[in-house]
Every structure is written in structure tokens, then in C-alpha cells.
Design a protein around this ligand. Sequence first.
Ligand code: NAD
Ligand code: UDP
Length: 311
Amino acid sequence: MRILVTGGAGFIGSHLCERLLHEGHEVLCLDNFFTGSKRNIARLLGNSGFELIRHDITEPILLEVDRVYNLACPASPIHYQYNPVKTIKTSVMGTIHMLGLAKRVRARILQASTSEVYGDPQVHPQTEEYWGNVNPIGIRSCYDEGKRVAETLMMDYHRQNGVDIRIIRIFNTYGPRMAINDGRVVSNFIVQALRGEDITVYGEGDQTRSFCYVDDLVEGMIRMMECAGFTGPVNLGNPAETTILEFARRIIALTGSRSQIVFKPLPADDPRQRQPDIAIARERLGWSPQVDVETGLKKTIDYFAALLAEG
Ligand code: NAD
Ligand code: UDP
């Protein structure tokens, strides 16, 4: 198949492109390089099935493809809050453009939604039927509400125009190729630990997250895309939940670092707890995470250690 991956030069997108090429597909990687990098896809450039397109999805584009994975959108709070208007445009106008493309060429389209659609959840663990608790006017809203509108657009193009859609709600995912300056907790803590710098825990560190290794996520994405007759939304994540303080201690232990933990102010609207209920993914996709957090973190630590050694 010819497969378009928007945001293909980003962290998750680059792993997805690599896996799809490996399966023998032709891959069009589209990116505006806001948070993605050519380095992430450098090893794919020599592959005859791989094509790189510099483009911003807030502008329309017409391509002949069979599948669209719509991942383009900055995912780290510091990056999506850098230009919030652009962030919401990417989710709203960008998704309209990708849906228009899918409609014209009759491609199947998968939208990378997020656990952020649940906001600061009052239901725990989060099931797909929960509608969420999102602040519409806060500093995270450009991302959370953008993704919620993207889901609405997907469902409306499906009901109104018969577009073949898939919606996945991704929970915190980590692994090699996260950007060193990404700002999310996994890369921050590992890089701080490896450099012997203070580990910055926001708030008291009693908020929770559940971390999924990127290879597991990519497997779930492909299963969902190729699953017959099921639009989703489906949660994809690892239910292993940890407090952020425990997580900091774990990174210190795994890296053998002498870093100290310091506490910084908790950003506004930071969700208190988050854990995916993955019963639907298990049942409909036969999917569950296979990589335990220790194994995944070791691989990620090795990646950052090699990157830092390069200087
Ligand atoms: P990332 O920032 O590494 O990747 C996003 C990519 O999209 C980058 O390559 C960036 O340059 C590109 N991009 C941004 N705006 C664009 C635009 N207007 N036009 C074209 N390209 C654009 O983030 P990631 O972690 O790889 O996330 C990928 C997708 O998965 C995002 O949609 C994100 O919302 C979603 N997601 C990720 C996580 C996670 O934990 N990593 C969790 C939930 C959802
Ligand atoms: N966090 C932290 N220190 C950091 C970066 C993040 O304590 O250096 C916290 C953050 O406040 C949040 C959690 O870690 O409670 C996960 O943050 P991240 O930005 O990775 O993802 P999200 O909040 O979008 O789940």
C-alpha cells in the first residue's frame, strides 16, 4: 500500500514509518519539522519506498494514498504552548485537510488522538466511554480541545461522507528518538540523570502517569488501522501506573546517577492521575503491551547516553 504518515519525522511517526517500510509498504512521510527532525528519519532516506515531503498540514495537499496516519501535532506541553494558535490550527484545519484528502482518494484515515481528551479525569482508570473533564480556556486547551475537535471531525466525516476512519487515544508513550529538548517527563528525567543535574519533579510528584514503550504503541496503531469495521475510539497505552516521584527514583536507580530530586511548581491544569483501561484494545485488536517499563527505559537510557556521548 501507499501510506501517508503526517508528523512522520517526529518521535512516534519515525518509528511508524520504519515499521511500515519494513512491512514492504511505500511510505510518504510529511512533516513541517517543528518538533521533528531529519535525523529521526535519516536512515530511511536511502530506501526506495520512502519519500519525504516538507509540508504544513494547515495548508491543503493532494496525494494519492491508500492509508493516512495523521500524527502531525506537537505533543509536549512546552512545544504545543509555544504557539497555541498554531497548535489548534494544526489539529482542526490540519485534520480537515487530511479528511478531505481521505474523502477524495477514498483512503482510510487514522487520527492520533490522546488521553488528554479525558483532561483531569474523574473516572479512573479511563474508559473510552468517559467524556472527560477538560478546561476549555486553560493553557493546555489548545492541545486538548484541538484533539477533541479532531475526533468530532473524524466522526462527522464518517457519518456524513462515509469516510473510513479510525481513532486511537494514545497515553504517555516513550522511547528512543524523543527529542533531547522535548520537555516531557521521560526525556527530561533521563537527560538530567545522565548529566548529573537535578531531577525536576513538578508539584509534589504524587500525580500519576502510565508509560507505554513506542514499539508496543506502533503495533497497536497498525492493528487498529487494519482492523475491519471498527472506528474506535480505542485507548492505546500501558496500564502500569506510577507516581512521578516514584518514576524519578526509578530513573536515578536505572542510570546509577547521583542526581538529586528538586521540586518545581506544578503547571496549571496538570492532570492528577492517568491510567488507560485497555479492555477494548485487548478484545477488538488482541493487543496489549509486551515491553515492561524497566526494559523500555533501559533502551531509552542507552539511546540518550549515546546521543550525549556524541556531544
Ligand atoms: P512529536 O512532537 O515528536 O511529533 C510530532 C510531529 O508532527 C513532528 O515531527 C512535528 O514536526 C510535526 N508537526 C507538527 N505540526 C505540524 C504541522 N502543522 N504540519 C506538519 N507537521 C507538523 O510528538 P510525538 O510524541 O511523536 O506525537 C505524535 C502524535 O501522537 C501527535 O499527534 C501527538 O498528539 C500524539 N500523541 C503522542 C503521545 C505521546 O506520549 N508521545 C501521547 C498522546 C498523543
Ligand atoms: N513533569 C515533571 N518534571 C518534568 C516534566 C514533567 O514532574 O521535568 C511532570 C508533569 O508535571 C506531569 C508529568 O510529569 O505531571 C507528565 O508530564 P509530560 O509533560 O511528560 O506529559 P503529560 O502531562 O502531557 O502527560
